[in-house]
Write a protein that binds this ligand. Structure first.
Ligand code: CUA
Length: 168
């Protein structure tokens, strides 16, 4: 078997070094200072059959303080994924406080039967993931690409070695 690396072998070694460098650069690259956890104080009013606001957007790690009021009849506030549930009677404000620690989209819905359209009284909270998540995802993608090139080349190298042996 030839000890001299074939040109294609050298090319792939170079490619793999490139992947390692890319992953290292990605890790080393300073992330834009991710927003510090903020506190959102939100006045949320409930009427038949809607939440106002019907949509909240926060970043993961933020604290959310909800000041809940009901303007007509009794409503309820239930937040999926966070297990929050509060009954709100007209004239009596309720305060709910939590840390949005799970990224994703979460429905909030009315939890007190308040009329014919009660099942459609729904809102949405969007929690954007914080930076380290994207960084980790980027590293995984680069590592996978490197692994695939490694596996692919090991196959190719086997074929090349066989050819070299047959030639000798
Ligand atoms: Cu509002 Cu049910």
């Amino acid at each position: 078997m030839s000890r001299v690396f074939s040109p294609s072998f050298r090319r792939v070694i170079r490619l793999q070094i490139l992947f390692v460098l890319a992953a290292a650069l990605f890790l080393w690259w300073p992330s834009t200072p991710s927003a510090k956890p903020a506190t959102h104080v939100i006045d949320m009013d409930m009427t038949q059959f809607a939440f106002e606001p019907g949509r909240m957007t926060v970043n993961q790690g933020d604290t959310v303080v909800l000041k809940l009021t009901a303007s007509d009849v009794v409503h309820g506030f239930y937040l999926d994924g966070y297990g929050l549930k509060t009954r709100v009677e007209p004239g009596i404000a309720q305060q709910v406080e939590f840390v949005a620690d799970q990224p994703g989209k979460f429905r909030y819905r009315c939890s007190v039967s308040c009329g014919p359209m009660h099942p459609f009284m729904i809102g949405e909270m969007v929690v954007s993931p914080n930076q380290p998540f994207w960084k980790a995802a980027g590293v995984i993608v680069i590592a996978l690409a490197g692994l695939i090139s490694h596996v692919w080349f090991n196959d190719t190298k086997g074929v090349l070695d066989e050819q070299t042996q047959q030639e000798q």
